[in-house]
Design a protein around this ligand. Structure first.
Ligand code: SAM
Length: 177
């Protein structure tokens, strides 16, 4: 079943298209919620995922932890910038999804983690605050069929195939069975 996309869900067509385009197993999400985290956790969309969702808000963390399991974990942090600095020391992975508060942490993530993840996805990409950090990436595709926009960024992966897939992406989101 599919439902119309609301304003806070406009990244869903991109997140749904990604695993159809290339294998995505190791995912880090900065800023969880009912839209992106639920999609990552849907095994019909991300069958092989190892997801870590970093969350600063204790209430949202508690909510997200209710459905956490071995595949999909939640990490609490008082400051998202601390999470970015810890991730900078880590192994990286296939996908970094940046949708956290505050803006400064998004910029820090875009700048410091660019080469740790094959693909970086940024929600609210049209915001002026995030413009310069996005220009640091060699490859960039912006999904602007829905507003707020979503940017797909990479220094190592050619994004042409994903751009083609997104041109036919449904403007409605998948509801997990
Ligand atoms: C932009 S939201 C993240 C949304 C999430 N990536 C998603 O797609 O569901 C940024 C932060 O706001 C909080 N949050 C999550 N869902 C929210 C909602 N529906 N309304 C208000 N705040 C939310 C969480 O603390 C989250 O880290």
């Amino acid at each position: 079943m599919r439902k119309p996309i609301q304003r806070f869900q406009t990244h869903l067509p991109v997140l749904e298209a990604l695993p159809k385009w290339r294998p995505v197993s190791t995912v880090v999400e900065l800023g969880g919620g009912v839209a992106s985290t639920a999609l990552f956790r849907d095994p019909a969309v991300y069958p092989d995922i190892r997801l870590v969702t970093w969350e600063t808000d204790p209430q949202w963390a508690s909510y997200l932890e209710k459905a956490a399991d071995e595949r999909c974990q939640v990490r609490r942090t008082p400051w998202m910038s601390d999470a970015v600095l810890e991730l900078e020391e880590g192994l990286g992975g296939d996908l970094l999804f940046v949708d956290c508060d505050p803006e400064g942490a998004r910029n820090l993530a875009l700048r410091r983690l660019a080469d740790k993840y094959s693909v970086v996805v940024l929600h609210d990409a049209e915001r002026e605050d995030y413009r310069l950090a996005q220009l640091m990436y060699r490859n960039r595709v912006v999904y602007d069929a829905l507003t707020p926009h979503t940017a797909i960024l990479s220094n190592t992966v050619d994004l042409t195939g994903l751009a083609a897939l997104l041109r036919t992406a449904p403007l409605a989101y998948r509801v997990a069975a």
